[in-house]
Design a protein around this ligand. Structure first.
Ligand code: ADP
Length: 392
């Protein structure tokens, strides 16, 4: 039986949706409404553009329902079994996806201080969708949930212990839906049970994170209290010395807010080169731009450091897995990230890596496989939603 899930990812001024067959991952429709609340919003549904003013998220979802009628597939002909919602922060309350009810909504509201930009938008999406689809079960799938298996020594910061109790300050990790999906697919490619495989997953999109996955469970990840920690990203710095905040306050009079904003929005590849898009950095580098060369080197050096660290965390590694925009498409980044790691049993096959015809880009003899696996967070949300329904 085909079970379709309407997957919703509500951002502060956008609403992304797809209608996914939970068994196959096939999307019967995908759509995006952007610039909600502005004079002219932008709506794309299965490639059809349908621009009009969309004042709020409720109107955005109503517009989505209308274009299903206009461009298909007709929602009356497809049985939707659930609405699956991406929720960024589940704190330490949610280690698994959960059915939406009033308690869940209250819990996600309580977590707003930890994700002040994302959780309110995700909640708005849930509330609007519950009004439009009151008879369907709604499931919340948390970006942090997969990393709730981190041991205390991996998630605790060495700061006054009262900060955890008073302010929830600890590492949570993000991109969990992607890491869960990709690590399971990777085990499948290796023909192994996920419970028997150790791997390092590198999700390299606009945001980037690494995860050490032991037997299907996340045991460490590079993003921390917020998605700022860890790898170099499109506009985020990744790891920096936290003393930078105090220093800039003293010597430049910069407020914590200002430095926060710079580290999140004006740093990473953008801060180093002016371009946050990895393709543009590659183009500038190919033209001899020194800043782009440094940015590429720094980006890949940071990746290599995390591969080394997580190798040590895991002890034995079966696979290094690359996913998301850069991970899937940049042979140069993959090659630079694992260059010189032959001593760890990681042997890239340059020809396979340059033009992957399948997921494996390491040599046949390589003890550690290097894999390229497309992520599919919508499918994972659909699968997890159906699993929650089955467990009711
Ligand atoms: P998001 O995190 O928004 O889902 P994606 O997974 O789509 O992002 O990744 C976006 C990043 O992938 C951008 O930096 C983009 O430049 C990079 N990217 C996409 N295609 C390529 C490519 N062919 N070569 C190198 N980088 C690419």
């Amino acid at each position: 039986m085909t079970e379709h899930v309407l997957v919703i990812n509500a951002g502060s001024s956008s609403l992304k949706y797809s209608l996914v067959d939970a068994a196959t991952g096939e999307a019967a429709a995908t759509g995006l409404v952007e610039r909600i609340g502005e004079d002219r919003s932008h709506h794309v549904h299965n490639g059809h553009e349908d621009d009009q003013r969309v004042p709020d998220h409720e109107a955005a979802l109503e517009a989505a329902v209308q274009v299903f009628d206009k461009y298909g597939p007709s929602l009356s002909e497809i049985e939707i079994v659930a609405v699956g919602h991406r929720v960024v922060h589940g704190g330490d309350r949610f280690a698994a996806p959960a059915l939406v009810d009033d308690d869940l909504i209250a819990a996600v509201k309580d977590l707003i201080p930890l994700a002040p930009l994302h959780n309110p938008a995700n909640l708005e999406g849930i509330e609007v969708a519950r009004r439009l689809f009151p008879d369907l079960p709604h499931v919340a799938v948390f970006d942090t949930a997969f990393h709730q298996t981190l041991p205390p020594y991996a998630y605790t910061y060495a700061v006054p212990s009262s900060w955890l109790d008073d302010y929830g300050i600890r590492r949570y990790g993000f991109h969990g839906t992607s890491h869960a999906f990709v690590s399971e697919q990777a085990a499948r490619v290796l023909g192994r049970d996920p419970g028997d495989v150790n791997m390092i997953v590198l999700h390299l999109g606009n945001g980037c994170s690494a995860a050490a996955v032991r037997g299907g469970q996340s045991v460490d990840t590079s993003m921390g209290f917020t998605p700022l920690e860890g790898l170099v990203m499109g506009t985020r710095s990744g790891d920096v010395d936290p003393a930078i905040h105090g220093h800039l306050a003293r010597v430049a009079g910069r407020t914590a807010e200002e430095t926060d904003r710079s580290l999140n929005s004006e740093s990473g590849l953008k801060g180093l080169t002016g371009a946050n898009d990895f393709r543009e950095v590659l183009r500038l580098r190919a033209n001899g731009d020194e800043r782009a060369k440094l940015a590429f080197d720094l980006y890949c050096y940071r990746l290599k450091k995390y591969i080394g660290a997580y190798y040590a965390v895991l002890g034995t590694v079966d696979a290094v897995v690359f996913t998301a925009g850069v991970g899937q498409h940049s042979a140069e980044a993959r090659a630079a990230a694992v260059a010189g790691l032959e001593g760890l049993g990681i042997h890239l096959d340059p020809i396979r890596n340059a033009d992957p015809s399948g997921p494996v880009v390491s040599t046949d003899e390589s003890p550690v496989k290097v894999l390229v696996i497309p992520t599919n967070e919508e499918w994972e949300i659909a699968r997890q939603s159906v699993a929650v329904l089955a467990a009711r």
